[in-house]
Design a protein around this ligand. Structure first.
Ligand code: NI
Length: 137
């Protein structure tokens, strides 16, 4: 069996405010700086999904691109695009840092991708030109 990784990029835009209820006003300001500003700010996130699996002998593919697109749009893009992440139930208790967003997106996608026979090998979210976060297990 030949294994390979297929990766694909997606984009979505969302707002967030980095603020922890566990911290004081001053501690929040120290921890998050201007990312703690009360009215939040937005990012154009770039999501990179890497699927690992066997190269199908007949199709020559690891995963059908259209299948992956459908999964990512249904579970991630439609949920987060043009929203305020702080208002999503996933971030009711967790601060919507991109670390936490990356893990949350991984957990949403993993079971859906497993149904196709592939594994979610790695997930990466770019928050800005200079910041990116990766998660795998
Ligand atoms: Ni931010």
């Amino acid at each position: 069996m030949i294994h390979a990784i297929f990766g694909r990029r997606y984009t979505f835009s969302a707002a967030h405010r980095l603020h922890s209820d566990q911290l004081s006003v001053e501690e929040n300001r120290l921890a998050y700086g201007k990312c703690n500003n009360p009215h939040g700010h937005g990012h154009n996130y770039v999501l990179e999904v890497q699927c690992a699996g066997e190269v199908d002998a007949e199709t020559g593919m690891v995963i059908n691109l259209a299948t992956l697109d459908e999964i990512v749009h249904r579970t991630v893009i439609s949920r987060f695009d043009h929203t305020n992440l702080n208002l999503d139930p996933l971030f009711e208790k967790a601060v919507p840092t991109t670390e936490n967003l990356t893990i949350a997106v991984f957990e949403l996608l993993e079971p859906e991708i497993l149904k196709t026979g592939c594994k979610l090998a790695k997930l990466r979210i770019e928050e800005t030109e200079n910041n990116f976060f990766e998660y795998s297990r």
